[in-house]
Design a protein around this ligand. Structure first.
Ligand code: ATP
Length: 452
């Protein structure tokens, strides 16, 4: 099974089974925005829950925040986004197709040359039409602009946030004082972000509306390099702990001239997607850039006073930033598996139990009026304890396959013996082993297998 095949199969599985649909599909789509269907919303919620658990619940030193998407326009001037959040856009003078400079063949070298102000595109052919008529790059701002209030004048400009981090900086003092945290500590947030990407694509990998899971860790300046290394290791471990094979994860450190305008050090955690190694998460040492700039622009001093040593300083920030949609896609890619079986091919999503949309499927052996009441009674007993589903149509083998294909770790089968012995069979997705347990002990037996 080749890698591009997996991407294609996943896109079609996602649509067919209700994970992800193109947004506004009946109108022909809305340009790189996606809707998460009944299974997709469960999966993505589980990804977000797993992140929140690791980053907030299990930590003594991190608290959460849910900031507004619309913020004061000065926020984006202070953060540098109005000036710097741009991509170099190149347009073909012949076919009018647009590219991000770094996405052209040999794009890395071209981008380096552009940064060094030595770029010459005269001998570069347009990948679409082959003509050598590419324009000089133009800096294209990726932020969506909108207006607050009834009058479209510049006084009421607002930007849809391109990252969630800024409300963490702007609320730094509110959070620090209300939660009485002392440095070092972190603030975590999950929320929507918007970028008017020049070339979105690869399914939900790059879209114009997406969710980020970001954490800003505030430290003493001298500790930032060590904290940066610690977060690199910890975040890579998180992806691996949820089922991404270690050999499909790697770090890519950014060279000094390619870092974002605020970063002193930056690393991507890359995942081997079906279309190649790509960034899944960014770890940045943002220095005191953001708090310093917001202090300057707002006039409010955001420095921190250590109440033991009485020192006053602007904290440094180490950021971890991962896309919820991009991570969800990576988990799907890593989980996708096929194996031959007597009916042809068995497709299995080997999702980690914590991520699987349904943990349990309750299946009567056949659609039969004697079995249905007991099967529904079993489902009702399971529902409060685990996200679960029920399926009684078609042969039992087909129904197992349907659950395998969406990653359900456990199936519970109610058969005619169940009517006599009040016991049911639990079937495991990965080993396909089956065990019989009394209905009275079913919930703890499921919980034990689910690690719940
Ligand atoms: P890229 O180089 O892929 O455009 P970036 O370096 O601009 O990403 P960051 O600004 O570091 O990305 O954003 C942090 C994370 O947010 C990324 O690692 C990714 O998981 C996610 N992300 C960024 N842009 C998008 C997008 N357009 N669609 C989905 N997820 C995104």
């Amino acid at each position: 099974m080749s890698a591009p095949d997996v991407a294609e199969k996943l896109t079609s599985l996602a649509k067919r089974r209700g994970f992800v649909f193109p947004s506004s599909e009946i109108y022909g789509g809305a340009g790189a925005t996606w809707d998460f269907g009944p299974l997709g919303v469960e999966l993505k919620n589980n990804v977000k829950r797993a992140w929140w658990r690791d980053m907030v619940q299990l930590r003594e030193d991190i608290v959460g925040l849910d900031g507004a998407i619309l913020m004061h326009p000065k926020v984006w001037e202070a953060s540098g986004h109005v000036e710097n959040f741009t991509d170099p856009l190149v347009e073909c003078g012949n076919c009018r197709k647009r590219y991000r400079l770094d996405e052209l063949p040999d794009g890395e070298r071209l981008t380096e040359a552009w940064r060094a102000k030595t770029l010459d595109l005269a001998s570069t052919a347009c990948p679409n039409c082959g003509q050598k008529k590419l324009s000089e790059p133009r800096r294209f701002n990726l932020m969506f602009k909108t207006f607050v209030g009834p009058v479209e004048d510049t006084a009421s400009v607002a930007w849809l946030r391109p990252e969630t981090a800024q409300s963490i900086f702007v609320d730094f003092e509110n959070v620090q004082q209300s939660s009485r945290k002392r440095i070092p500590f972190g603030i975590a947030q999950i929320g929507k972000a918007f970028r008017n990407e020049i070339t979105p694509g690869n399914f939900i990998f790059r879209s114009r509306e997406f969710e980020q899971m970001e954490m800003q860790y505030f430290t003493r300046p001298e500790d930032a390099p060590r904290v940066f290394e610690e977060w690199k290791a910890r975040r890579r471990e998180w992806h691996a702990s949820l089922g991404i094979p270690a050999e499909r994860l790697r770090f890519r450190d950014h060279a000094a001239d390619e870092r974002a305008h605020y970063a002193a050090a930056a690393t991507d955690i890359q995942f081997e997607f079906p279309f190649g190694w790509q960034e899944m998460e960014g770890i940045h040492n943002r220095t005191d850039y953001d708090l310093r700039r917001h202090s300057e622009f707002s006039g409010k001093d955001l420095s921190y006073r250590d109440d033991v040593t009485n020192e006053k300083f602007i904290p440094y920030v180490v950021e971890t930033s991962v896309g919820a949609d991009r991570a969800t896609y990576a988990f799907l890619c890593a989980a996708y598996d096929e194996e031959p079986d007597k009916e042809g091919v068995r497709v299995v999503l080997r999702l980690h139990r914590a991520l699987a949309p349904y943990k349990v499927a309750v299946l009567p052996l056949s659609k039969n009026e004697r079995l249905t009441p007991l099967a529904r009674e079993v489902w009702a007993a399971v529902r409060p304890h685990a996200m679960s589903t029920y399926d009684e149509t078609q042969a039992i083998g087909r129904r197992y396959r349907r659950q395998d294909e969406i990653g359900t770790p456990l199936c519970v089968t109610v058969d005619f013996d169940s009517l006599e012995d009040r016991a049911v069979t639990i079937r495991d997705r990965d080993s396909m082993a089956q065990v019989r347990v009394p209905i009275a002990e079913l919930v703890p037996a499921l919980q034990e297998r689910l690690g719940a």
